[in-house]
Design a protein around this ligand. Structure first.
Ligand code: SAM
Length: 292
């Protein structure tokens, strides 16, 4: 099977297998070899690496990853793509294709089995309908990771790397920046995909921090506070957090915590830094009433 990466070679595979694109799986295949080069280069893959690819499609990027890495594991949900991948990846002995839903897959076990629990690299042109759940699952489940190099919708990449006071700053920015350092690699116009999506894309690399940049007594509680603070974007943080109804956390507790930090009672979530959210959640932590 020839090397993939062009519009023509992709069209040939689609034709050979009478493949029908499934919109519900976010199938927009990359058909631009320059963008492929940039993704591979920025992922900094070496012969030591075990790479996880989420959604290999017909195997375009998988071929390139297999040439650089020690081992590639590609998880694809669409059963119809499995015979295609067997064909397009037949020349690579270091690739394993798994037919599964990435959101239901035990990635910690995979890393244990394939890489002795050492951090892996994730590289993917993500299905856009589940971008945020995939990123959050990788981080919140503490999958051992070195980096995540992904193609995402342009607006989502912007949200990941924005700071306080901008319209794109929110719970996703804070979660990503707690776990990793985000860097935009390149912008990608819709014309680089088959079929052409309605949105432009961006490749972004998230390099996992060994230790988060802020200290928190309870990570899950920090994110509960963040989520509640952004739940009602046009409301003040006091209202957002009070309305969340966390036991023991009423208006008075939130106001006291904010005053203690020297912040106005009218602040909105989007003006607080990650450090301030960590301090706020640490201050509120002692006031919580845990159920049971
Ligand atoms: N990597 C290919 C490329 O760049 O041409 C395909 C990228 S396409 C945007 C997204 C891929 O993710 C599709 O192959 C789709 O079938 C697959 N996919 C969608 N949802 C998935 C899920 N929950 N688990 C695993 N793969 C999924």
């Amino acid at each position: 099977m020839a090397t993939l990466g062009s519009r023509r070679s992709t069209a040939e595979v689609i034709e050979k297998y009478h493949f029908n694109f499934q919109k519900k799986f976010g199938q927009n295949f990359l058909v631009d070899s320059n963008i492929l080069d940039k993704i591979i280069e920025s992922a900094q893959i070496t012969r030591e690496d075990c790479v996880l690819e989420i959604g290999p499609g017909i195997g375009t990027m998988t071929q390139r990853l297999a040439e650089e890495a020690r081992e590639v594991v590609a998880v694809e949900i669409d059963r119809n793509l499995i015979p295609v991948l067997e064909d397009t990846l037949s020349a690579y002995a270091n690739v394993t294709v798994i037919n599964a839903d990435i959101l239901k897959f035990d990635l910690n076990r995979l890393v244990e089995e394939r890489n002795g629990g050492r951090p892996i690299k994730v590289v993917a042109n993500l299905p856009y309908y589940i971008t945020t759940p995939i990123i959050m699952a990788l981080f919140e489940k503490h999958v051992p990771l070195q980096s995540v190099t992904i193609m995402v919708q342009k607006e989502v990449a912007d949200r990941m790397q924005e700071g306080p006071g901008t319209k794109d700053y929110g719970a996703l920015s804070l979660a990503v920046q707690y776990y990793a350092k985000p860097e935009i690699v390149t912008r990608v116009p819709a014309s680089c995909f088959m079929p052409k999506p309605n949105v432009d894309s961006t490749v972004i690399r998230l390099t996992r921090y060994e230790n988060p940049p802020v200290e928190t007594a309870d990570e899950a509680w920090l994110f509960a506070v963040i989520r509640a603070s952004f739940n009602q974007r046009r409301k003040t943080l006091v209202n957002g957090l009070t309305n969340a109804g966390y036991p023991g956390i009423g208006r008075q507790q939130v106001e006291e915590a904010l005053s203690g930090m020297g912040l106005a009672l009218t602040v909105r979530g989007e003006t607080l830094t990650l450090e301030q959210f960590a301090e706020l959640s640490n201050r509120l932590s002692g006031r919580r009433k845990k159920s049971g």
